[in-house]
Design a protein. Structure first.
Length: 126
């Protein structure tokens, strides 16, 4: 049985570039299967019309992840330097984990393969 496809941006049943099945998507599928009992098990794609919007959101997610982790590491380092205890180390690790979790609020999954002929700066077809 062939899975029904859905664009992750517009939600329409269209063909497009397939989304990579990563840990976040597996966790969401597990939650829907075991907790809400409402798993649709769609094949997730990004349609051609939504690619530019997807690329912008993906780039934003990547930059937020790096920024949030950098801020988390800075706060953790300051806490560990000033605290100098096992509790400070644990709190520092907790801060880094919290900052990473905050970056997941803007989560946008990667694609299995990039669009052919897409320029790196704009994501537009060449």
């Amino acid at each position: 049985m062939k899975k029904e496809t859905r664009c992750i941006i517009c939600g329409k049943e269209l063909n497009g570039l397939e989304v990579k099945e990563d840990n976040v998507i597996r966790a969401m599928r597990w939650f829907k299967r075991n907790v809400t009992h409402n798993e649709k098990n769609y094949r997730l794609v990004v349609c051609k019309d939504c690619y530019v919007k997807y690329k912008k959101a993906r780039d934003s997610y990547n930059s937020k992840t790096v920024s949030y982790l950098a801020i988390g590491v800075i706060f953790a380092a300051l806490l560990i330097i000033t605290g100098r205890s096992l509790g400070a180390l644990a709190a520092g690790i907790a801060i880094i984990i919290l900052m990473y979790a905050l970056s997941l609020l803007s989560y946008m999954p990667g694609l299995k393969q990039q669009a052919k002929g897409a320029s790196k700066s704009t994501g537009q077809e060449i």
